[in-house]
Every structure is written in structure tokens, then in C-alpha cells.
Design a protein around this ligand. Sequence first.
Ligand SMILES: Cc1cc2nc3c(=O)[nH]c(=O)nc-3n(C[C@H](O)[C@H](O)[C@H](O)COP(=O)(O)OP(=O)(O)OC[C@H]3O[C@@H](n4cnc5c(N)ncnc54)[C@H](O)[C@@H]3O)c2cc1C
Length: 437
Amino acid sequence: MKIVIIGSGLAGLSAGYRLCKSNEVTVFEKDPDIGGMAASYCLEQSGKKYFIERYYHHIFRTDSELLALIRELGLEKQMLWLEAKDAYFVDGKNYPMNTPLEILHFSPLSILDLAKLGLLVFRIRLIKDTVPYDQIKAKDWILDTAGKSVYENFFAPLMKSKFGDNAENVSAAWLIGRVKIRSDRGKEGEKLGYMRGGFNSLLEALEGEITANGGEIRTNKEVTELVIKNNAVQGVVVDGEFIACDAVISTAEPAVLDAITGGKLELLHDSLKNIHYQGTACALIGLDRPLMEDGNYWMNIKADVPFGAVIEHTNYMPFEDYGEHLVYVTAYFQDEKSALWTQKEENVLDSYLQGLEKMFPGFSRTKVRWTKLYRRIDTAPVYEQGYLKNVLPFTAGPSGLYLAGMFSSTNYPERSLNGSVKAGFESAELLMKEKGN
Ligand SMILES: Cc1cc2nc3c(=O)[nH]c(=O)nc-3n(C[C@H](O)[C@H](O)[C@H](O)COP(=O)(O)OP(=O)(O)OC[C@H]3O[C@@H](n4cnc5c(N)ncnc54)[C@H](O)[C@@H]3O)c2cc1C
């Protein structure tokens, strides 16, 4: 069977990997590189090449489908589980947030508020089903359960940096999912997973499997039309050329799917229109010396700077793997009107460096070796109150059309590498079942 996959992110590559042994698979990717949100830069230091994700990535022990795939591809030896230190920078002061004792020293909250926060986290960890919380706004739920001070001094800045102006509309289901995963740590703090050599190894292994089985991955190829006739998929249009196929798996964001199908997916039309994606402007900075001398990996920020988090990759992975210190500085933005999207690249980078100078007195631009900025407008669905009804099914109505990606149920209430691997597999399995191969 001839199958076209739109998008070479983890959902598309996982689906391609499952299907390539018994089908003719072609993956079309509009970008020059494979990987979507998980794509990497290939950089060089002292004549040695290394890969590093354009957007910071790590995984959790609960990411079972992804870990099983890494094992299946023989990449298990690259997996590392390392301590990752967290901090919260609030109004000029840096608070370590790794152990219960450190959290007790978070002075923007009173002892009573800290107790309320602890109870809230405990309560969240007991919640098994997040569905009933989809209809409740996270803000209202926190105000009801932990009070105004806990909301304003702890959660609101975090939610603002993640969802900008949409922060107040985000559902309690998202918050609960997020807190559950981030609070699952022992007494010594959190251990996160990363592949030595980067997640690029996983992308390359999937690409290798697809091509070794006769499949093709074609980059710089945007699907501009998905042709549906008589309620069945006929093929796709790429570079003005019609390519016939028996089935399509689309991993493109809902607005793109709506556009390339010319609004023909009537049953899904409301969902396609109602899922809002937000963008991310993420700088990666190569430095001569560490930025966060106290060894923090992840720092959330409440301060007057144009970014919401600083992530020092080489405070987590060994510096020796790279030969330079690597720091991400990142912000989410809501739409194409945001300055983070409209400003020139050098201006965004300059504003980020100014922010770092303000926050870290020891930081100097003279220690910066290079900077890179990766901006995309389609990096995550905003999990607004009532989002669940918009989650897209794996089949889309017309025969031969399957959907998998950040909008799938496997990525609710938070998108992840694992959720996209799972979505890719589920769509491929459904396709094989329905098409009988
Ligand atoms: C800043 C950031 C940090 C993250 N950190 C983590 C993390 O630490 N851990 C974790 O598990 N997850 C993390 N994620 C999430 C993770 O990267 C994504 O959930 C996952 O990579 C999405 O894969 P996907 O295949 O579903 O979508 P995508 O990666 O978006 O792939 C879709 C692909 O389709 C292509 N495409 C779209 N339209 C067309 C078209 N018309 N024709 C051809 N191609 C098209 C796109 O270019 C893209 O490559 C992070 C994401 C971001 C943005």
C-alpha cells in the first residue's frame, strides 16, 4: 500500500517506522531538516561535531512508549538518568526548589501558604483521572483550593511564562498533569532522562529504518493540498505535483490540516478551528564559562525580562560532551503579533542577553561564543478550559485519512515526545487494521 505521511516529527517518523516494513512509505517534511520540534543543531567545537536540540528536551521515567522504542532501536545504552537541579528566580532572588526543605525556604510564600502548596501537590498526586478538571480553569481551582497568595506568588508567574495572555484560561487538567509529573521526585531531587548524543540519534535511527525498508523521507517538501474525493483520500499535492496514495497520516497542526483539506473535514471543523497553538522563541547560547554557577539546570523566572526560563544544558549533561557551556533562554508567545515573532532575530537575542545581564551580575557578553535563535509559531496547543472536546481522533472522516500529533489524545493534557511516539504508533496500527495489512 502507498502511504504518505505529512511531517517528519516524532509522530510522523514513528508511524513511518511501524508501516515501512509492509508498505511503500513517503514522508514529506516542509522544513530542511527532519525532527519537527525535536530537531537538533549540528555544531562543532575544537573540530568535534555534536548535536544539541534546538528546543531543550528531557524525558521522564513514565515515558514508556518512547523508552520502549529507544530499546527496540538498540539505543538504550545512550540513555542517561541524571539529577537536574531546579530553581525559581523571584524578584532578584534565586530559590533552589529541589527538596522539601529547600521549598520550605521559598520566602515569597508564608509558612501557612507553603503548607497549602504542599497540600495542593499532595492532593494532585492522588488524582487519577484529570478529565473532570478539563472544564475548570486552573486559576479558579488554585484560588479555591490553595488561596490567592499561593496563586499569585507561585503559580501565576509560572503559568504566565508558559501561556502568556492565555494563562488565565488554561484548564486545571493541564496543571494537574504538569504538577504530577514534576513532583514525582525522591528526597534528593529530580532525575531526568536524556540520550547521550542527543535525541537526534533517535531521529536518525528512525530515518535509517524507514529508508532501509524502501521508504523515503523528503525534506523541503511542503504538502499544499490533501486531495479528498468521494469521501476518500486520493493523494497529496507537493510542489504543484499530484502524488496518488492509498492513505495519508497527517501530523501537521490543526490549522494547516484545515487549510490543506480546503475545510472539507466537516466533522472536525470546529475542533480544527478551536485548537490554538502557541509559539516558542528559544535562544541557545554557547559560553566560555557556566552561567548558573550553583549548578541549576532549570530556572523559572518571575522578573521583568522577556523570557520565562533559563535552562543550562551543561549543568545537567557533562560539559565534556560539548566542550563549551550551553544555555537555553526561552519564551512562549501567543500569536504572530508578538514582538518575539515580529522583531528581527538579532533584536530578540539582544533583549535576551540584556535580560541575562540584569539577572546574573557575573554574566558578561564577552563570555558568549555564539548565539542561535529558533522560532516557530506552532510549538504547542494551548490547553484551555474545555480543550478535551477538541482533541482530534486518529481517523478523520474520509477513508484513508489518519491524524497523529500534538493534538492527539496521547498528548493530552500535555504534549511530549512520548505522546507523539504513541500517537504515531496508534495511527499506524489503526491504518493497518482498517486497510487489512
Ligand atoms: C520548547 C519546547 C520544549 C519541549 N521540551 C520537551 C521535553 O523536554 N520533553 C518532551 O517529551 N517533549 C518536549 N517538547 C514537546 C515535543 O518536542 C513535541 O511534543 C514533539 O516533538 C512533537 O512531535 P510531532 O511529530 O507530534 O509534531 P512536530 O514535531 O511539530 O512535527 C510535525 C511536522 O510536520 C511538519 N509539517 C507541518 N505542515 C506540513 C506540511 N504542510 N507539509 C509537510 N510537512 C509539514 C512540520 O514542519 C513538523 O516537522 C518540547 C517542545 C517545545 C516546543
